[in-house]
Design a protein around this ligand. Structure first.
Ligand SMILES: NC(=O)c1ccc[n+]([C@@H]2O[C@H](COP(=O)([O-])OP(=O)(O)OC[C@H]3O[C@@H](n4cnc5c(N)ncnc54)[C@H](OP(=O)(O)O)[C@@H]3O)[C@@H](O)[C@H]2O)c1
Length: 297
């Protein structure tokens, strides 16, 4: 069987890297588009065996270049996303609306084979050792004596492990599943407070979690968003107001036959020790064992 070619935008990110591994292990070829091949190619190239992956540097709004890539593609996957706006071009409107519209238009005119079967995935928060979520929070929780709780820490999430999300995307592609929107969630519902408490337990720290009045939260977000990589922006604060769990209006990953079974505590435990005092030597493998001798090294 001829390997299908997947054209992936945003493939250097957390979800992209997991997906490249899943697809290429299953005999799909991938072409990954990045804005900076010098900065990102080592990240992308090491996800697949040679022969299964091509990397192309392009501006995502360069229609001429993208049209040529579409000619060789069977499937197009868009993983481009931003959490805060930068400069004039990198706006939410351009990245999350204009660019997907451009892809839809090009898919239709260049007849990407799966175009009529276009599917939108809506994951809850996605975590893994490669994320910017658990890893950043553990860093902050380790360094700060207290941590702010927005909206009293009551916002609910259903975190899904990145490999379970990659399995869902693979199932949709390999079995040509069509559903306009699929919500992708993990097996547990957790509030923001519960997530922080779990992370604190995993890194063996005690911190004060302080509910922050909305006026102060808004003020701090306004200050943070002036930084190049803000910890919190006013848009993110607004998003945090709404629960990020299944809506009941759309199919879920479970309903298309890919239930996520990975539990948050079990998965984060695999890497949380790096934020604990003692690092790897704080794990069950070493605690209580004879001290490692370094004298003769
Ligand atoms: N992670 C989550 O919890 C989560 C939850 C729900 C939805 N999502 C969505 O899922 C998608 C992938 O998420 P992710 O966590 O893998 O994201 P990520 O790690 O932040 O990666 C996003 C990718 O988008 C590309 N990108 C960013 N800004 C761009 C710009 N201005 N122009 C062109 N490309 C740009 C980058 O590729 P290059 O630097 O190589 O160009 C990057 O690899 C995003 O759309 C995100 O919004 C994520």
């Amino acid at each position: 069987m001829k390997a299908k070619n997947c054209l992936i935008f945003g493939g250097s990110g957390q979800i992209g890297r997991h997906l490249i591994r899943k697809l290429t292990k299953n005999n799909y070829k991938v072409t990954v588009v990045t804005r900076n091949i010098h900065q990102k190619s080592y990240l992308i190239k090491t996800q697949a065996n040679a022969g299964y992956i091509d990397i192309i540097e392009a501006n995502i709004f360069d229609q001429e270049k993208i049209v040529n890539l579409f000619k060789k593609a069977d499937i197009c996957i868009n993983l481009v996303g931003i959490l805060f706006e930068k400069k004039e071009v990198d706006t939410f409107k351009n990245i999350h609306s204009v660019f997907p519209l451009l892809l839809a238009k090009l898919s239709k005119t260049n007849i990407v084979k799966n175009f009529p079967l276009a599917t939108i995935l809506r994951p809850s928060i996605v975590y893994s050792v490669d994320d910017n979520f658990t890893t950043n929070f553990m860093t902050m929780l380790k360094r700060l004596p207290f941590f702010p709780l927005y909206y009293d820490g009551k916002t609910k999430f259903m975190p899904i492990h990145c490999s379970d999300l990659a399995d869902t995307i693979y199932k949709i592609i390999s079995e040509n599943i069509y559903s306009k929107i699929i919500e992708c969630v993990g097996p547990e519902v957790m509030t923001f407070r519960e997530i922080l408490e779990k992370l604190l337990k995993l890194i063996d720290k005690k911190r004060i979690l302080i509910p922050l009045p909305l006026s102060i939260a808004n003020f701090s977000a306004k200050i943070f968003e002036k930084l190049p990589n803000p910890l919190l922006t006013s848009d993110q604060l607004r998003l945090l107001k709404y629960d990020n769990i299944i809506s009941g209006k759309y199919k879920t990953n479970g309903e298309i036959g890919v239930p996520s079974l990975k539990r948050f505590d079990d998965e984060v435990k695999k890497y949380a020790h790096m934020w604990r005092d003692g690092g790897q030597f704080s794990t069950e493998k070493y605690v209580g064992k004879e001290k490692i001798k370094t004298d003769n090294i």
